[in-house]
Ligand binder design. Sequence first.
Ligand code: S3P
Length: 180
Amino acid sequence: MIPNIILVGFMGCGKSSVGRRLAALAGHRFLDTDDLVVENEGLSIPEIFSAAGEEGFRLCEEAALADLDGVTGIVLSTGGGIILRETNRERIRRLGIVIWLDADPEILFERATRSGRRPLLQTADPRARFLGLLESRRPLYTEVSDARVDSGNLTHDEAAQSILDAVMRVQNSGRQVGGC
Ligand code: S3P
C-alpha cells in the first residue's frame, strides 16, 4: 500500500505539476495546501497577503494543513513556506513520507518569477529576496524530509517516477507514518 506522500520545496520546484502526475501514478488523490487556503478563504493568495499580510496567510495555511490530520490516500503539494512553523513540520511528518523536490537555484528562480504572482517576490530586488529565503529554508527542508529529489533535469513524469521510487525505498527502510 502506498502511503500519503507530502511534497515540500521552494517556490518553482514543480510541486504542483509533478504532484498531479505522482497522484495519478500512485492512484492517490491530489491536494495542494495553497488551493485549500484559497477555497477556505474565498480569496487568491495575493489577495490574502495584501489583506492579512504574511502572518495572516501562515495562519490560514496552518489551519488548512491541520484539517488533513488522519486523511489517507493523498499526494499533498505544500506551499514553499509551510516548513517555517514547527507545528507544520511535525504534522507533515505524521501525515506521510516527505519528499523535498529541489533544483538548481537559477532554475527555481526562473520558474518562480515566470508567473509574476508570488507575493513574497514583489520587491525591488526579487533575486536577493529569493536567494535569502532559499538559504534560510534549506535546513528546514532537510530536517523535515525523508528524501530529496532533484527535478532540474527531469520531465514532470520522470520526477514523479523518481519520487515514487524514493517513497518505496523510505517505506522499505521501516519509516512508520499515519495514513498507511
Ligand atoms: C510561499 C510559496 C507559495 C505560496 C505563498 C508563500 C512561500 O507557494 O504558499 O506565496 O513562502 O514560499 P509555492 O511554493 O507553491 O509557490
